[in-house]
Design a protein around this ligand. Structure first.
Ligand SMILES: Cc1cc2nc3c(=O)[nH]c(=O)nc-3n(C[C@H](O)[C@H](O)[C@H](O)COP(=O)(O)OP(=O)(O)OC[C@H]3O[C@@H](n4cnc5c(N)ncnc54)[C@H](O)[C@@H]3O)c2cc1C
Length: 491
């Protein structure tokens, strides 16, 4: 439609996929007063899938803006401590109350939920449930200059102005977007783009009853060669992840699907492995309530939109879960997308029209420009941590020992703060941020404060480089002399 053409129908978005990104997109559009429908393939709005889900402070700020802070907060357990153990269960360094300090600085804490309870809580707060439609299997998507049409397998069709693909790492919307792009402009999506997601690790994850001997409200990290345990211990239960390196890198189009017996085989492989000084993996595994084995996909697309189709969440950027950041990055993406759409739609409404394809593309471009660097940074960082924790590189074990000793106690908390600080809020709900910590969010910093922070980040990178170089030298000499660089680590 030409930008000047009048049309009385209000703008309408079609969200495909009602996971974390889709649900937050729906909330953001509700808050902006933009019409939408959300099409979810599953038969229920929230399925009993996954195990734990950690929400970081920058997205608690968004939860606060959306008016659901107290209701969501009470569903989870706020974290205080981090513990790190060597392969033999001895501590790498003293425990640290990093998360407690993060709460003081950011005003909101890092909180762990049972994933389905978190999703249920966010779904329950949607004001208009009739817009969240379940059991919707995609048949095809058509788009032209007037709008989009989403055809469903049950023979129905939804019409609107844009499609937002929040349908996860195996996104069908992405497939339609690629097909459409290559149809309109042959070669628009190179073959390489379709190979963006790969998998080098698999993860057994689940929930267990609380086990005596585990510190509560804590993240417990236990590393070994090519594998790693991450445990989030709450009052009465533990959410856990066990990562294992695969023999080679797989493209996600042919990622392995695992059966329940595969999961049990992995779970039973390491029964006598220590987690800390007193608890063995057997204790956690034997108290399991729920578990699943799946591939860990990683990758960031270059092309996040085409025409009137735009991707958000795992469909565009997929990262390993070691930092608990994939879903959080999805929320950050939909926040930026909602801000841009809101500005454009409100501007067009004042002159009584809907946005043109070109105007929408400009908003999608800006969205990708803002989000890509941060999504990529988190993808790279968490991918690095996955390998660091699984000693997947010859200097990592020594680096693990060296880092806390040369970087000082404040290093981790400062890293956490710098990770959360740039998180965006819904700029049309500015007044709705109610909690304050001691730090400023990036969107509150003056230019001078930003420059000062950049300077500090540079010095930390130099320190990190020195630690890396020192670790490499120490590790190389350990290997050369056949000495174990860490307790319980086998050369
Ligand atoms: C073990 C593990 C632990 C994790 N822990 C954390 C954590 O603590 N914190 C964190 O931030 N991230 C974590 N992540 C990552 C996080 O789970 C994902 O990044 C997040 O779920 C992505 O959200 P999404 O909405 O983009 O996709 P998804 O959560 O995959 O949701 C996609 C939705 O789309 C639906 N769908 C799919 N195809 C279609 C279709 N064709 N039509 C309609 N609907 C469709 C699906 O049914 C689903 O509801 C973890 C991941 C794993 C594997």
């Amino acid at each position: 439609m030409a930008a000047s053409e009048k049309d009385s129908r209000p703008f309408r978005a079609i969200i495909v996929g009602g996971g974390i990104a889709g649900l937050f997109m729906a909330h953001a559009l509700e808050a902006a007063g933009i019409d939408y429908v959300l099409l979810e393939r599953a038969l229920e709005p929230v399925e009993e899938r996954g195990a734990g889900f950690g929400l970081w402070p920058q997205n608690f700020r968004v939860v606060d803006q959306l008016g659901m802070l107290e209701d969501i907060e009470k569903l989870g357990s706020e974290f205080k401590w981090t513990y790190n153990f060597n392969p033999d269960g001895s501590p790498v360094a003293n425990a640290s109350n990093n998360f407690e300090k993060l709460t003081q600085r950011a005003g909101y804490g890092f909180t762990i939920f049972r994933r389905s309870e978190f999703l249920r809580g966010v779904y329950d707060k949607l004001p208009n449930k009739s817009k969240f439609v379940t059991g919707m299997a995609l048949e095809r998507i058509e788009q032209d200059d007037k709008g989009v049409k989403v055809f469903l397998k049950d023979g129905s069709m939804e019409a609107g102005d844009i499609v937002i693909g929040t349908d996860g790492v195996h996104s069908q919307v992405r497939e339609f977007m690629w097909k459409h792009a290559n149809g309109v402009r042959p070669g628009a999506i190179p073959a390489q783009e379709k190979m963006s997601f790969t998998s080098e690790y698999r993860c057994l994850y689940g929930v267990s009853k609380m086990v005596p001997g585990l510190q509560k409200s804590s993240l417990i990290d236990c590393n070994d060669k090519h594998c790693n345990w991450l445990l989030f211990s709450c009052e009465d239960r533990i959410f856990w992840l066990f990562f294992e390196k695969l023999g080679k890198s797989f493209n996600c189009q042919n990622c392995h699907r695992y059966s329940e017996s595969d999961a049990v085989a992995v779970g039973e492989k390491y029964l006598s492995h220590p987690i800390n000084g007193t608890v063995m993996w057997r204790d956690i595994w034997e108290n399991r309530i729920q578990y699943h084995l799946g591939p860990i996909e990683e990758g960031v697309l270059n092309q996040w939109h085409f025409g009137r189709i735009v991707l958000a969440g795992d469909s565009a950027h997929k990262m390993t879960p070691n930092l608990g950041y994939g879903g959080n990055q999805g929320i950050e993406s939909v926040v930026v997308l909602a801000n841009g759409l809101n500005r454009l739609i409100k501007r067009c409404e004042t002159v009584g029209r809907r946005p043109s394809t070109e105007e929408l593309s400009a908003v999608f471009d800006e969205y990708k420009e803002i989000r890509y660097p941060r999504a990529k940074k988190h993808h790279d960082l968490t991918g690095y941590i996955t390998r660091f924790d699984a000693y997947d590189g010859f200097m990592y074990p020594t680096l693990q020992w060296l880092m806390p000793r040369i970087t000082g106690k404040e290093y981790m908390i400062n890293l956490f703060v710098e990770l959360v600080r740039p998180g965006r809020k819904l700029d049309f709900l500015d007044e709705r941020v109610r909690r304050r910590g001691t730090m400023k969010w990036e969107d509150e910093l003056t230019m001078d404060e930003k420059k000062q922070l950049q300077g500090r980040t540079m010095s930390k990178s130099v320190l990190f480089g020195i630690a890396g170089a020192a670790g490499t030298v120490v590790m190389a000499s350990c290997l050369y002399h056949g000495i174990s660089p860490l307790p319980g680590f086998h050369v």
